[in-house]
Design a binder for this molecule. Structure first.
Ligand SMILES: Nc1ncnc2c1ncn2[C@@H]1O[C@H](COP(=O)(O)OP(=O)(O)OP(=O)(O)O)[C@@H](O)[C@H]1O
Ligand SMILES: [Mg+2]
Length: 312
């Protein structure tokens, strides 16, 4: 078996009394689009920064393609590109120059880096800003620059720490498209976010982190199916009492010509429900489904909304 692209084993970290990570273990496979989802202060950035060496862990292990991030720093660092959550502070240099500096950190010559940087600037919509200094860029443009910087050495693993925080909807959609393209090109992506829809839309697998611990993990669809809380409401005519026993296996109520079912997955249950009703002389007037989201999963696990701070 090949080693996972990223493996965290029992990571622990405290900052002067704040126990930020309390034993985080995660495997992210090569080529996977993985989401680390959690509220402010949950420990997402700390986890990521341990991978790059920016934060020193107290305990546990972080590995990239089976190699330790401390002992084999050069190998692991060259395989990852991180688009940091914090916006860049290099105010005085033009965008293009900063990208050449960054390529230089990875040992790429100006000549080797040039065509790739050219492509990146175009791909990220930064070509017209190549000579602008960072301080002259808008917040959204700075985020694009962060991404260009993460991709400049064409790493196998791309880490996106809240890449769409505080940007407008159009920009967010542009970024989502780009992330999907990177994934289709075979890159492993680790995305942290507290935008639930971003995780549901993009990630094949997610882990939910709260107060420094992973509290749930799986495919978004599986996580939402674990709790039987989604609903289907059907307005109808022609109901008769004999239909009751056809729905023995369901949890439902019937009132005012309105049938309400509590199910795990509305898409899975709806065809059978409709079949039973139409075969028993009911006429359906309206159908409404309420599928639970990862937000509801988080709420039922922690008693808090994901928009609230970790540990409050
Ligand atoms: N440099 C630091 N010094 C002291 N405490 C820190 C430091 N960095 C993080 N923390 C604390 O560690 C905890 C985890 O923070 P972290 O930045 O990893 O969370 P996060 O999940 O990335 O949150 P956000 O969604 O706000 O980015 C928080 O309680 C935070 O206040
Ligand atoms: Mg963070």
């Amino acid at each position: 078996m090949t080693a996972p692209a990223i493996r965290f084993t029992d990571l622990e970290k405290s900052y002067n009394g704040t126990h930020a990570l309390k034993g985080v273990s995660l495997d992210i496979n090569d080529g996977q689009f993985f989401g680390l989802l959690g509220p402010n202060g949950a420990g997402k950035t700390t986890t990521i920064n341990i991978l790059s060496g920016l934060v020193l862990k107290d305990k546990g292990k972080a590995e990239v393609f089976g190699r330790d991030t401390v002992n084999e720093y050069r190998f692991t660092r060259s395989n990852i590109g991180i688009a940091a959550q914090e916006l860049p502070q290099d105010w005085f240099f033009p965008v293009e120059k900063l990208l050449f500096f960054q390529a230089g950190y990875y040992g790429l010559t100006h000549k080797t880096a040039e065509p790739y940087i050219e492509k990146l600037l175009k791909r990220l919509g930064l070509a017209s800003k190549r000579n602008a200094r960072l301080r002259e860029l808008s917040g959204g443009m700075k985020r694009r620059y962060q991404l260009a910087k993460a991709l400049v050495h064409d790493p196998k693993i791309v880490i996106l720490d809240e890449p769409t925080a505080g940007v407008d909807v159009e920009f967010r959609h542009d970024m989502w498209k780009l992330f999907k393209e990177l994934h289709n090109e075979g890159k492993t992506i680790l995305l942290t976010t507290h935008y639930i829809e971003e995780a549901e839309m993009l990630c094949e697998d997610v882990a939910i982190i709260d107060e420094g611990k992973i509290i749930a993990q799986g495919k978004p669809n599986e996580l939402t199916k674990q709790s039987e809380k989604s609903g289907i409401t059907i307005q109808l005519t022609g109901w008769n009492e004999s239909i009751h026993n056809k729905f023995n296996l369901y949890t439902y109520t019937f009132e005012d010509n309105r049938l309400h079912f509590t199910v795990k997955d509305p898409e899975e249950s709806l065809p059978e429900i409709i079949n039973i009703l139409s075969q028993n002389g009911c006429h359906i007037q309206n159908i409404k489904t309420d599928k639970i989201t990862l937000e509801d999963v988080f709420l039922s696990l922690t008693g808090r909304g994901i928009g609230e701070e970790s540990g409050t």
